[in-house]
Design a protein. Structure first.
Length: 128
């Protein structure tokens, strides 16, 4: 993506990247589930399990060792971004989930969709 499309030629901040990444993560999870097939209720339940903060935190843990320096910096900045987790979410999981979402958003906006797919395939657990 052309950075000139953004104010001052800079990409959005961590929380804006996470906002975009949240939608992309959800789309990837749902696409993967639909390809496997099944009843709608089962697809929905499986999607809900994979898009919650705990599941996203676990997904980040599966790929952290494979991240480049630049990707790790995106994750670190987003994880440390000032935000208030919902009362029903573990704060650590919530911050790590935000970091994963920001990474996905960053990869997408930088046109690194092949890398995004590679990391997300490693991050998403195999469904039985």
């Amino acid at each position: 993506m052309n950075r000139d499309a953004f104010p001052n030629g800079q990409l959005p901040g961590s929380l804006e990247l996470a906002y975009l990444g949240d939608t992309l993560w959800d789309l990837m999870v749902r696409t993967r589930l639909v390809r496997k097939g099944g009843r709608m209720r089962d697809l929905h339940r499986a999607a809900v399990k994979q898009v919650c903060a705990k599941a996203q935190s676990d997904a980040l843990a599966r790929i952290e060792a494979a991240l480049t320096e630049e990707e790790s910096a995106v994750v670190r900045r987003a994880r440390n971004a000032k935000q208030t987790p919902p009362r029903n979410a573990d704060p650590g999981d919530y911050h790590r989930a935000t970091a994963l979402e920001a990474l996905v958003g960053w990869l997408y906006l930088n046109g690194q969709t092949a890398r995004m797919d590679e990391l997300m395939n490693a991050a998403l657990p195999e469904e039985k």
